[in-house]
Design a protein around this ligand. Structure first.
Ligand SMILES: [Zn+2]
Length: 50
């Protein structure tokens, strides 16, 4: 498992996950809104697709 931060960029309307507490947008490189605190995430597919 890895520590990841879920984030959202309102400028690009994209979201992503990064193994960092202060991630930046992969599209514009700007600041993003962290939508969930960094948490442990299992790499196993422990749950079904949404
Ligand atoms: Zn962006």
């Amino acid at each position: 498992m890895a520590v990841v931060a879920h984030w959202y960029c309102g400028h690009c309307d994209v979201e992503g996950r990064d193994p960092a507490t202060e991630p930046s947008c992969w599209n514009c490189g700007g600041a993003v809104i962290v939508t969930a605190r960094p948490s442990l995430e299992w790499t196993d597919s422990a749950r079904a697709a949404d």
